[in-house]
Ligand binder design. Structure first.
Ligand SMILES: NC(=O)c1ccc[n+]([C@@H]2O[C@H](COP(=O)([O-])OP(=O)(O)OC[C@H]3O[C@@H](n4cnc5c(N)ncnc54)[C@H](O)[C@@H]3O)[C@@H](O)[C@H]2O)c1
Length: 376
């Protein structure tokens, strides 16, 4: 059993990681003195598998428990779904002391967190991540939100959970594709700050399989959660630039997700984004091609792609990058690796051809090289 603290100026909280934790949900919430009313937010897929256990753990701890069901999928990560949570919260009479429990992956976690941030100007949220991606990343750190047709996660708020309760046993039912997607985020942590973890991933077999060695899975969960907790503790609201390092692979990744209408999921897009950012770093002579190659080998070992789909619209990706939250007046930042375990923050100036900067032209050049080679 692992207990990691996210130490903040106000409202520090625990990330608890242990097999069987789902059955401790009620008692862990009780320890936090949460109000009487709790609403579990989930989708039919996850609730069908784990809803009864979550509800019964909370009921046994004497909470008044209700359930709000949202449809499953990134395309439902919208304000409309948030409206549905508000309707249910109103019908159930949730109060300032009440709690939303996010039982699901990153989509449910982000939406439940956002609803909790805004209902009555802020109520409690407890994150119970059920995908690898949510366990290593999205459930921790308080970034919440929904998508807008103009881009991913454009609407949101910072709202820290009261508790993150991780039960690795629930990964047994996770589809392999989703497991691989989570592994992309674990690889990200290794590249941006954990060379030891990277070496373990390099040596491991079956990285893309949820039947991965239990000890390695435990290492991945704890090291990733610790890394995120440490970064969030030092830069909760992404003000100093430290937290921005977590966006490695995400800038281009988000654009790919958006342009493909989320047919490529978040983790898959992050893998492609890391492959692209790695090549940009090599072109800017920040990173050696040997290390970029090692990164790509580990990505492939997790059965993730480093090749773009043949029909993808590169110009549209570059255009989408321009509406990225972090780009203003054509300027933004790119997180690029300088070695395995370290990154540099480089300016993105769309039309500036200076060698030390990331430009639209450089991005397009790198993405073009990532298209599959077609025979004439
Ligand atoms: N807030 C943050 O800091 C942050 C960080 C990274 C990603 N995100 C967000 O996370 C989202 C992606 O999250 P995700 O990859 O977890 O996707 P997801 O939430 O869509 O879950 C993937 C699929 O797995 C199913 N599922 C979940 N747990 C399961 C289980 N144990 N068994 C069987 N099926 C299960 C879900 O129902 C869904 O169909 C994106 O919207 C992304 O923007 C947020």
């Amino acid at each position: 059993m692992e207990s990691i603290q996210v130490a903040l100026a106000e409202n520090s909280y625990e990330i608890s990681i242990a097999p069987g934790n789902l059955d401790r949900l009620g008692s862990k919430c009780r320890e936090l003195n949460l109000g009487h009313k709790v609403m579990v937010v989930s989708n039919p897929t996850v609730f069908g598998l784990y809803g009864d256990r979550a509800i019964s753990a909370l009921s046994q701890a004497n909470f008044e428990v209700s359930y709000c069901e949202l449809p499953d999928g990134e395309r439902y990560k919208t304000l409309e779904s948030i409206g549905h949570i508000y309707d249910q919260a109103g019908d159930r009479g949730l109060e300032r002391s009440s709690t939303l429990v996010a039982l699901g992956g990153g989509v449910i976690g982000d939406m439940t967190g956002f609803a909790a941030a805004t209902w009555l100007r802020g109520i409690n949220v407890v994150q119970v991540p059920t995908t690898l991606l949510a366990m290593v990343d999205s459930s921790i750190g308080g970034k919440t939100g929904v998508n807008h047709p103009k881009g991913k996660n454009l609407i949101g708020a910072f709202h820290q959970p009261r508790l993150v309760l991780t039960d690795p046993q629930v990964l047994a039912t996770l589809p392999q594709r989703e497991f691989r997607a989570g592994m992309a985020e674990a690889i990200k942590y290794a590249i941006i700050g954990d060379p030891q973890l990277f070496e373990q991933l390099e040596r491991a077999a079956g990285l893309g399989q949820s039947q991965i060695d239990a000890q390695l899975l435990s290492t991945i969960l704890t090291r990733s959660a610790r890394a995120k907790a440490e970064i969030v503790s030092k830069d909760e609201h992404e003000l100093t630039g430290l937290r921005a390092t977590l966006n490695y692979g995400h800038t281009i990744g988000h654009a790919i997700e958006n342009v493909t209408g989320y047919a490529i999921n978040h983790g898959e897009a992050v893998a492609l984004g890391m492959a692209a950012a790695g090549q940009i770093a090599v072109k800017l002579q920040l990173w050696t091609s040997g290390e970029a190659q090692r990164q790509n080998t580990v990505i492939r070992k997790a059965d993730l792609q480093i090749e773009l789909p043949p029909q993808i619209d590169l110009a549209q990706i570059v255009k989408t990058l321009q509406s990225d939250k972090k780009v203003q007046a054509g300027k933004g930042i790119f997180i690029l690796p300088s070695q395995i375990g370290a990154t540099e923050t480089i300016s993105y100036e769309r039309s500036n051809p200076t060698e030390k900067l990331v430009s639209d032209a450089l991005i397009e050049q790198v993405l073009t090289a990532m298209l599959p080679i077609t025979s004439p």
